[in-house]
Design a protein around this ligand. Sequence first.
Ligand code: ATP
Length: 270
Amino acid sequence: VRARVMQVDQSPEVTYADIGGIEEQMDEVRETVEMPLEHPEMFEDVGIDPPSGVLLHGPPGTGKTMLAKAVANETDATFIKMAGSELVHKFIGEGSKLVRDLFELARQHEPAVIFIDEIDAIAAKRTDSKTSGDAEVQRTMMQLLSEMDGFDERGEIRIIAATNRFDMLDRAILRPGRFDRLIEVPKPDYEGRVQIFKIHTRNMNLSDDVDFEVLADEAGEVSGADVKAITTEAGMFAIRDDRTEVQMDDFRNAWEKIEAEEEEDEDVSK
Ligand code: ATP
C-alpha cells in the first residue's frame, strides 16, 4: 500500500529555473521552506518558529507540484509525495496509519519535504451526511494534524500541501501551527506564458518564425501545463510532417487541437 500511495524521490530533477511566471510564489516558498531547512539558527536567533505547513492553492497545472519538488531539490531534501485522494477510499484505520507511516518515512530520510497533493480529499468541510466514509476521512485528517503538532518546527521536515479547491477546505486546518502559510499559485499572465513557452522549448529545434510573444497572446488564459502540452503537440505536428524543425504553424495547430479536445471533454462531462 505504501508504495502505491507514497512516492519517494531522493533527488527530484526540477529546479527553480524550470518554473516560469510565478516568481513571487517561488520566493515565498523559499522563505518558508528553504530558509528553515538551511538556516534553522536564524529562526532560533530571532526567536520565532517558522510556519508549520505551507498550503499552495490555485487552478490545476500551474506549477504547485513543481514548486515543492524544486525546493526539495535545491535543499537536497528527500521529496515524499502523497495524494489525499488515495487515502479516502481505504479500509477503516488505514488512512491514519498511512499518515503515521508518511511521517516515519520522512524522519528516516531527513531532511525531507512532505508534499500532500489534493489535500481537500481529506480536509474538506464537513457535510451533513454522516457516512462511515466521512468519519474515516476525518480520522485521517486528525492524524495529520496531530503529526504536525508533534514535530519540532525547527526540525528537518517541512510540509507542503496543495489544492485546486481552496473553497472546499475545512478552515480548521488553516489555524496557526497547521497550514498557516497560504500561497496562491495562479495561472500565468502574458509575461509568464512567454517565459513558460521559452522554458519548455529549450531543447526544441525551432524555426526562425516562431514568436512566443504572439503565441502567448493567442493562447489566452492557459495554465503552465497547457503551455507544456502545446509545445509537445507542436513537436508532434513537425514529426507527422517529416520535419525536424518546429514552425510557428505547428504551435498554432497544436493549440487548436488541444483546445478542441478540451471542449470535447467538457461536452462529455456535461
Ligand atoms: P495539479 O493541481 O493538477 O496537481 P500542479 O499545479 O501541481 O497541478 P504541476 O504538476 O506542477 O501542476 O505542473 C504540471 C506540468 O505543467 C509541469 O510538469 C510542467 O511541465 C508544466 N507547468 C505547470 N506550471 C508551470 C510553470 N509555472 N512553469 C513551467 N512549467 C509549468
